[in-house]
Structures are given as C-alpha cells and as structure tokens.
Design a protein around this ligand. Structure first.
Ligand code: SF4
Length: 340
C-alpha cells in the first residue's frame, strides 16, 4: 500500500466572480522513502493540491472532493483535531518563505523545542538537545550558540535550513516542500536540495517537492507529476519524463530549462499565459498556447491515458504517438546539441 494515495482530487473555491477550479481531478501516489516532484507554472494547482491534503484551505470558500488516503485513512474526511495531530508529526511542510513559519519574536532553539513538545511528551532538556542535533544535521555552523538567536539573525539560506530542521523534528514520514529554494541564490539552492536528499536518506522520509522548475525535479525526484491548469498533463518516472516526454507542455517546460553552462539562457519559452481557472478553456486546457493544436483539441478534453510500451507513464494529449515520439526525439537531440 502506498504511503499516500490521492485519487480524483478536486478543490474549487467560491469567489465573488464565480467558482475557481484550482485542482480538477488529480491522482498520484507516494511510496515510503520516495520523492515525487509536482511541477507546473504558478497557478497550476500544485500548491493547492498539497494544502488540500493537509487540510489547510480556507474552510469558508474551499470545496474539495476525491480521496487522499494516508496510511489507509482519508485525510479529506479526517477531523480538524486528527489533521493537527498528523501535521507536524507524520506529515511536515516546508514553505518558500521560512519567515511565514518561524515566529520572529522567539529564539530558534525554543521554537524547535516547542514544535517537538507539541507532539511528544518530552522534557525541555531533551527537546533542546534534539533541536541542537537537528541544527547540526542541517549544517548550521556553531549550532550551540545559534540556538539562542532569533530568525532575523539568520541569512535566507540558513533560515531555510532552520525550517528544514523544524520540519524534521518529529521524524515525519512525509515532507512536503513547496518551492523551498525559489527565494534563494543558485548556489544556496543547490546546497538546500543536496541537504534535503541527504536528510531523506538519513531519516527515510518520503518527499513531495512542489516546484515550477523541471531542473529541480531532474535533480531529486523519482516520480514526476506535470500539472497544467489544475489537471495532470503527464506523469511517470523521472527517466520516462526526461527521456520520452509525451506532452507539448512538458516539451515547453524542458525547452525553457535555464542553461547554466552556456551563454544561451533559455532555448524556448512557452508562449502566452496560463488560463484563468474561473473560466478554463474548453477541450484541452493547453490549447490556446499549444503549437500543435488541432480542431479536436478545442472540443474534447483529452483523458489521461497510458503511453504504449511504457508502463506507469501517462499523458493527456490528442496527438498521435508517432508525432509525439518524433517531436520528443527532436527536442532531446536539440538539447544535447546545445549542451555539447
Ligand atoms: Fe496540444 Fe492538442 Fe495535445 Fe492539448 S491535446 S497538448 S492542444 S496537441
């Protein structure tokens, strides 16, 4: 049984202008110790998917359906008390901006110890010792002294390390990281990703990495879900997605990967803007931006279907297999040529 099995998850928000379909029938699973990358542009529904699983959407406006089975228990029907128990102990989250989760008026050591004592009946001394152990594990220099510093006394990268320490304090089975490196410079980004990988091996947690950057996914994910306009465009193992991408949106994301080793910053950009989810386009939601659009694309929403001869790889596009294979091969050959 998967650790987390999400099936046909939908989250709609009531607004004054109408209903926003933020997540519209998303399914995926995460196994113990595995890393799942959920990738897509901002507004694609990737963060709301995880907030729904964690029970963190505003109650007054959000409507959710589907199931999110956590070790056999549906999180969508769990009581607020049960969700609070699970959050922070069994499932932890790391956000883009650590200051949203760290309290500016309390010392780091006290905050870490408090996070532990909320879920475990341990003495202050034990909790402080664990806080110190974790600050060392995430690579905070002179950790003993820094326990008594306030969040503003840390740099952005160090704050994110503290946040990671906080998320690991109760040995969660699943860590959800929402764009954890976006606000950081490239060198610190790489360090934080390496740190998450290292800690995952050490602590054995599964990870859901939410990102707009396919490069991050290539770096650390085992499986990938590509989201576009609240739906899954493509999903599969990381090798399946990178070696045989089958959806024009995935091609666009791959083509726009930043090139750190070349003068050319970007190869291709996806034209246009993501649609408003108040009134999503008919048919395939990517059709207004897709260079391969056909008449059927404007009428019929393509179902998520298996790629032939590639078990576990799913895609939702009306193009025929031959065209997909040809275009994917062209894209990959172009990327290899650029890199050489
Ligand atoms: Fe493009 Fe049509 Fe495929 Fe959508 S279904 S991605 S519009 S070719």
């Amino acid at each position: 049984m998967a650790l987390l099995e999400v099936t046909d998850l939908k989250t709609y928000f009531r607004t004054d202008d109408g209903v926003v379909r933020a997540v519209d029938g998303v399914s995926f699973s995460v196994d113990k110790g595995q890393t799942l990358g959920i990738v897509g542009e901002s507004g694609s529904g990737k963060s709301v998917t995880c907030l729904t699983i964690m029970g963190l959407n505003p109650k007054r406006t959000a409507m959710s359906s589907g199931t999110a089975m956590w070790k056999g228990e549906d999180l969508l029907t769990a009581t607020p008390k049960r969700l609070r128990e699970i959050r922070g102990s069994e499932i932890a989250m790391i956000f883009q901006d650590p200051m949203t989760s760290l309290n500016p008026v309390h010392k780091i050591g006290a905050q870490l110890a408090e996070a532990m004592r909320l879920h475990e009946d341990v003495s202050k001394k034990t909790a402080r010792a664990r806080a110190l152990e974790l600050l060392k594990a995430v690579g905070i220099p002179r950790a003993e002294r820094r326990l008594d510093d306030y969040p503003h006394q840390f740099s952005g990268g160090m704050r994110q390390r503290v946040m990671i320490a906080m998320s690991l304090i109760n040995n969660p089975d699943l860590l959800i990281a929402d764009e954890p490196t976006t606000a950081l410079d490239v060198t610190t980004q790489a360090q934080i990703l390496t740190l998450i990988e290292k800690l995952q091996e050490e602590f054995g947690s599964a990870v859901i990495m939410i990102t707009h950057d396919l490069g991050v996914v290539a770096e650390i994910a085992d499986d990938v879900v590509v989201m576009y306009a609240a739906e899954v465009a493509e999903k599969g193992g990381v090798e399946q997605i990178f070696k045989k991408p089958h959806h024009p949106y995935t091609w666009g994301l791959m083509g726009s990967l930043p090139r750190l080793d070349a003068d050319v910053e970007r190869l291709v950009q996806i034209q246009g803007q993501p649609p408003s989810m108040l009134r999503p386009p008919t048919g395939c939601r990517f059709h207004p931006r897709c260079p391969y659009v056909m008449p059927i694309c404007k009428e019929v929403d393509p179902a998520l279907a298996p790629v032939s001869d590639d078990p576990g790889h799913l895609q939702s596009c009306h193009l025929d297999e031959e065209t997909k294979n040809r275009e994917a091969a062209k894209l990959l050959a172009g990327m290899m040529a650029e890199a050489s």
